[in-house]
Write a protein that binds this ligand. Structure first.
Ligand code: ADP
Ligand code: MG
Length: 299
């Protein structure tokens, strides 16, 4: 008999990003955008990639979508390596105001199904009506986009993605260009929609507040190249907790984790592999990550 493994096997994550480095090759040099980033996303999670501009968030999302191949490491969906774009990973762009205005809501939702030949007209219509009912827009199936509010247009854009039945929805700073009030309304809409349909979301932002509000878990990326610094559970926060002392404290803790230099200021490989110590935040570590040596997981 063989010895039992030291730990029982973990349930496989829906999406596994496993020590992924991504490089851009320009004419005269190679730019490393992310360095050995690892994280897992489980079904129905709202996982946030949070980091300053230029830390490689969009690059990671594009790689997960299958548009850029990692230089090292692997991205797996349902245990299978991602090699190219596919309908199991749909990117929802900042397109809420770019729904073709001459198509009705239902026609907008049907369009990708028809264009990708994943469904014929009858099935596409059926799926569109089904998904519009799920996002609370059944009554608006025959309306035109200009008659909808911004939040409803977002629902249509997400319904259109959900009709393709992806395993994971990818959103890259979808609200970054909006004014503060509209942004909050869109966050509220997104969370309400998630409550109803429980899709799996991977959402990129550089806003700490947005990460806390939208996410159930946050991966913190440090810049140049992007490395996973910590993971934080954030399911306890929502729009109603904004401004509370606890929320402000969580935001400040994330800020420190993102911007404090490791002890000695050496953000080198030793720090990466041996743990990012130092700073006031060091005491907040609870456990080392499974695949990011030194990654802090904070409840
Ligand atoms: P973020 O989305 O976090 O702002 P990006 O993923 O867009 O960051 O970029 C990460 C790094 O990769 C940056 O340093 C950026 O300048 C570089 N980069 C992004 N796209 C390209 C490209 N097409 N060619 C060369 N470098 C790029
Ligand atoms: Mg970006």
């Amino acid at each position: 008999m063989t010895a039992a493994p030291p730990h029982p096997p973990q349930p496989a994550p829906l999406l596994a990003v496993d020590r992924v480095s991504i490089d851009y090759r320009t004419a005269d040099r190679v730019v490393r955008a992310t360095h050995r980033v690892s994280f897992d996303v489980h079904a129905a999670e709202r996982y946030i990639l949070l980091g300053a501009s230029g830390c490689g968030k969009s690059t990671l999302l594009k790689s997960i979508a299958g548009f850029i191949a990692p230089s090292e490491g692997e991205i797996r969906l349902d245990g299978r390596a991602v090699a190219r774009p596919g309908p199991d990973r749909i990117v929802v762009f900042q397109e809420f105001d770019q729904l073709p205005p001459w198509k009705t809501v239902a026609e907008n939702v049907m369009f990708p199904l028809l264009a990708s030949r994943r469904a014929g007209r009858a099935e596409a219509r059926e799926r569109a009506h089904d998904v519009l009912a799920r996002v609370g827009l059944a009554r608006f199936a025959d309306a035109y986009p200009h008659t909808l509010s911004g939040g409803m247009k977002q629902r249509v854009a997400i319904a259109r993605a959900l009709a393709m039945q992806p395993r994971v929805l990818l959103m890259d700073e979808p609200f970054a260009a909006l004014d503060a009030l509209t942004r909050r309304r869109m966050q509220e809409e997104l969370l309400a929609l998630w409550e109803d349909t429980r899709f799996t979301l991977l959402f990129v932002t550089h806003s700490i507040e947005e990460a806390l509000v939208v996410g159930s878990r946050i991966g913190l990326l440090s810049p140049h190249p992007g490395r996973m610094r910590a993971e934080i559970n954030s399911h306890g926060w929502d729009l109603s907790s904004m401004g509370s002392a606890g929320f402000q404290g969580a935001a400040q803790r994330i800020h420190r984790l993102l911007f404090d230099e490791p002890a000695g200021g050496a953000a080198d490989d030793a720090a990466q592999d041996g743990g990012i110590a130092g700073g006031e935040a060091a005491g907040e570590a609870t456990a080392a990550g499974r695949s990011n040596a030194g990654l802090r997981r904070i409840a």
